[in-house]
Design a protein around this ligand. Structure first.
Ligand SMILES: [Zn+2]
Ligand SMILES: [Zn+2]
Length: 367
């Protein structure tokens, strides 16, 4: 079968690899049908991570189940079901999984995931097929009426963005929110989308990229600043979010957090970064960080999408086919969703099918 491999900076290749098979009764085999690039993928492709190449890339997708083990079948999984495939692999039963931290599962290797080599090789979500262990726990059924292409990023970025604001706004109803974004990055835009849906306060978005700022307005930002990241904002906010992937963004978010407030740090930094420690200390600011804990929160996020409370579609570059991925991903400067065109004939009648059909026409004219 075909696997999309990160080979070296700015180079992806399709390679033939053995197709996965069922290893255990809890396994399912899943064929990704709509896959999106995570903000981390951009950094991988640019050579900005310490991950040793080559490896299969891609950890955000909706797929269709093609085969299930006995226990997975007994738990209700069946061939043909459409499912969100969380980026991390977890058992659902260890103490950390039960504590709501599946990305820190102790039954699977540390950082076991699709699309990175950090916790073993589990394939990538642009591959023709992946094996999902503990499938009844890991996979989340896609509700009827939600397009696979819309929900592709529920594997990671969309649910990460929900977690960045939802629990903190529950504790601080109506709070103003500051989001520090970065050029080409989707995470901060998804944070704006959820903040706009979940608070009656201001949703302020900072990004030096005019395209990002325009999208933030579309997603519900009430105030935007298109400029370089300042040392701190003039105002203070009860909830701030760093999604800039720039240590200056984290420092600005921390210094702009109101006394007693929370700074939700959602960027990944692979090295130590300086912290304005005395500002945190003297402002009684809480810094919250950690891996995106996806699985328990996917159903809530899918409900919000299905109900029309949020619409992630504007954030994706669309009209792309899986066949475009190797060539397009190194060139695209923003998040994109790819739809498997061979899939549309079988089962897709919604926007995914239309995207795939459009893609066939526009393949030689990728944005
Ligand atoms: Zn990711
Ligand atoms: Zn576990």
């Amino acid at each position: 079968m075909r696997s999309l491999m990160y080979v070296k900076p700015h180079l992806l290749e399709w390679r033939e690899v053995p197709a996965p098979t069922l290893h255990s009764g809890t396994d399912a085999l899943v064929r990704p049908i709509a896959a999106s690039t995570c903000d981390l993928d951009r950094r991988i492709v640019d050579g900005g991570t310490p991950m040793p190449a080559p490896f299969a890339i891609g950890h955000e997708a909706v797929g269709e189940i093609t085969d299930v083990g006995d226990e997975a079948a007994a738990a209700g999984l069946r061939q043909g079901m459409r499912v969100v495939i969380p980026w991390h692999l977890s058992c659902g039963q260890c103490a950390t999984c039960r504590a709501g931290l599946p990305a820190n599962c102790t039954s699977t290797p540390h950082l076991a995931a699709f699309g990175t080599p950090l916790g073993g090789r589990h394939g990538g979500l642009f591959d023709d097929l992946v094996r999902v262990p503990y499938a009844a726990h890991n996979l989340v059924a896609l509700p009827d009426g939600v397009d696979p292409a819309t929900a592709a990023s529920c594997s990671d970025n969309i649910v990460d963005a929900f977690g960045a604001v939802a629990p903190h706004l529950q504790a601080r109803p109506g709070a103003d929110v500051l989001v520090v974004g970065g050029p080409g990055r989707a995470l901060g835009l998804f944070v704006v989308m959820f903040a706009a849906a979940l608070t009656t306060g201001e949703v302020v978005y900072l990004d030096k990229d005019p395209d990002g700022v325009a999208l933030a307005v579309r997603l519900g930002a009430t105030r935007t600043l298109c400029q370089d990241i300042p040392e701190r904002m003039e105002d203070r906010y009860p909830l701030t979010v760093d999604a800039a992937a720039d240590p200056a963004g984290l420092a600005c978010a921390l210094r702009s957090t109101a006394p007693g407030g929370v700074c939700s740090a959602r960027s990944i930094y692979f090295t130590d970064v300086p912290l304005p420690y005395f500002d945190l200390y003297s402002g009684s600011v809480t810094l919250v960080t950690g891996l995106p804990q996806v699985t328990p929160h996917v159903p809530k996020v899918l409900d919000l999408i299905a109900a029309g409370a949020v619409d992630p579609d504007p954030v994706y570059s669309q009209g792309l086919d899986f066949d475009d991925a190797a060539e397009a991903i190194p060139r695209l400067r923003r998040k994109a969703v790819f739809v498997r065109s061979t899939h549309q004939n079988a089962t897709t009648t919604g926007a995914s099918g239309r995207i795939a059909q459009r893609s066939a026409r526009t393949r030689n004219n990728i944005p």
